[in-house]
Structure formats: structure tokens, C-alpha cells
Ligand binder design. Structure first.
Ligand code: 13P
Length: 257
């Protein structure tokens, strides 16, 4: 399977500027002559004010990209405090997280809002990293597959196959984010396969086999090897562990050889 293997570090609202510069320096120095990591797509996703700096520092490292954590749901204009996809692109950034559960819950972003953002991001030729995930309550009620299906169908399945093929998906069970409670490799594989099958039904096998599906939720230097060994887990969207250069590098090295 020649799907892209991806490790993305979502720094969330962490690090002061000097600390962010230190972190990107540590990571890029470690990756400079790291041939083992060359084939892995690496994405650093800092806060908006640091994007330009991180993009510049990452420049020259093979398969290394910069992503934003969010973008505005409109293309531009009178939206005080918002940052447009076009602005993000103008900084040398290539990826944008859309639909992180923290945005869905704290900022009340709906599937309909996220559909708009997906269109805007793709319209700028940026790559959306589209997050889906169920709450603990929905998993206990055994409604987790239905939740994920609705999130994907409502926000992504309007896209033509050529556009859909540009999306990276991330499965992040809400109960696993920042809790230290990781999905088991069985739970992750089961959901990733469900997502891939859903894509296959809509867009066909070829597209389904091309889409990278990342796992996120307490993925760290210790458990990444087991998670990345699952056939439908194509990498990770890492929160806490991406703030420590050594751990982030270990995670990048955690794919089966
Ligand atoms: P943690 O790795 O800190 O659980 O966060 C995962 C996440 O939300 C990445 O987007």
C-alpha cells in the first residue's frame, strides 16, 4: 500500500514564541540527516502567530510541512479576529486542521460550518486534515460508527472524487484526547476500516485506498508502534507528545519497517 504515512503535531494553544522556535529548531536539527524519516510526511501545526516562522524553519527538510489549527468559515472581509485560508496560504503553509473536537465542542462548529471550511481550504489548494471522533457517551451507547458516518457524510461527501482525494482524515475519539486513555489498536483499526469502507462505498476502492487516515488521542512515543502497525492506521495526529522534540521524533520512527 503506497498511502502517505503522516505524523502531524498539533501544538494547540501551547508554547510562547521563543519556546516554539526552540521546538521547531530541535525537531528540524534532528530530522536534517535522518534518512529513516525522509519518506514520512511530517507536519508541524503551531498557533497562527508562529506559522511563518515554523514554515521557514521547516524549509529544506524532506517531506516536512506546516499546518494551521483552524481557519475562517468565510473567504475574507469584516470578520474581526478571524484568519482566512488565503492568509494562511500566503505564509507558506500547506495544511489546515478542520473539525477538531475542541473546535466542535468549545466553539460550537457544526458539520455544516465544517463543510464550508473544507470548501474554502480546498479552494486555496490547501490540504484539509479533517477530524472526526465520538464522545465517551456515544461510544457507550454503541453509536460511535453512526456519529463518524454522519460527520464524514455531512461535511465531505458533497465533494467530487478528485477533491475528496486531497483530504487527510484523522480519527480522534474525544474520550482519548488529552486523557492518557488511548484507543486500543483493535478499536483504532476497527474504526479506520469502517471509515475506509464508507469511502469505498461512496468513491470506490481506488480513492479509499489512497486516503491517509490518522489516529489521534493520547498517541505517544510508547504506543505509536502498536497503533501504526494497524493496516488502516496511516499515522498520527499528535497533541501533547508533539511538544517534546524527542518524543515527536520517536513517533516518526514508529512505522513498521
Ligand atoms: P493528545 O495527543 O494530547 O491526546 O491530543 C490529540 C489531539 O487532539 C491532536 O489533535
Amino acid at each position: 500500500m503506497n498511502r502517505k504515512k503522516i505524523v502531524a503535531g498539533n501544538w494547540k494553544m501551547n508554547k510562547l514564541y521563543s519556546e516554539a522556535v526552540e521546538l521547531v529548531d530541535e525537531i528540524t536539527i534532528a530530522l536534517k540527516d535522518d534518512e529513516k524519516a525522509d519518506g514520512i510526511v511530517k507536519i508541524l501545526i503551531p498557533s497562527f502567530p508562529y506559522l511563518r516562522k515554523v514554515a521557514r524553519h521547516s524549509h529544506g527538510i524532506k517531506n516536512m510541512f506546516t499546518g494551521a489549527q483552524n481557519c475562517a468559515h468565510e473567504e475574507g472581509g469584516a470578520f474581526t479576529g478571524e484568519v482566512s485560508a488565503a492568509m494562511i496560504k500566503s505564509l507558506g503553509v500547506s495544511h489546515v486542521i478542520i473539525g477538531h473536537s475542541e473546535r466542535r465542542s468549545y466553539f460550537h462548529e457544526t458539520n455544516e460550518d465544517l463543510k464550508k471550511k473544507v470548501n474554502i481550504v480546498l479552494g486555496q489548494s490547501l490540504t484539509p486534515i479533517f477530524c472526526v471522533g465520538e464522545s465517551e457517551e456515544k461510544r457507550h451507547a454503541k453509536e460511535h460508527f453512526a456519529v463518524i458516518e454522519k460527520q464524514i457524510t455531512d461535511s465531505l461527501f458533497h465533494l467530487p472524487a478528485t477533491e475528496f482525494a486531497k483530504v487527510v482524515l484523522a480519527y480522534e475519539p474525544v474520550w482519548a484526547i488529552g486523557t492518557g486513555l488511548t484507543a486500543t489498536s483493535h478499536q483504532a483499526q476497527e474504526m479506520h476500516l469502517f471509515i475506509r469502507t464508507l469511502i469505498e462505498k461512496k468513491y470506490g476502492k481506488e480513492t479509499a485506498n489512497m486516503i491517509s487516515i490518522l489516529y489521534g488521542g493520547s498517541c505517544n512515543a510508547k504506543n505509536a508502534t502498536e497503533l501504526f502497525a494497524c493496516p488502516d492506521v496511516d499515522g498520527g495526529l499528535i497533541g501533547g507528545a508533539s511538544l517534546v522534540a524527542k518524543d515527536f521524533i520517536t513517533i516518526i520512527h514508529s512505522f513498521p519497517q
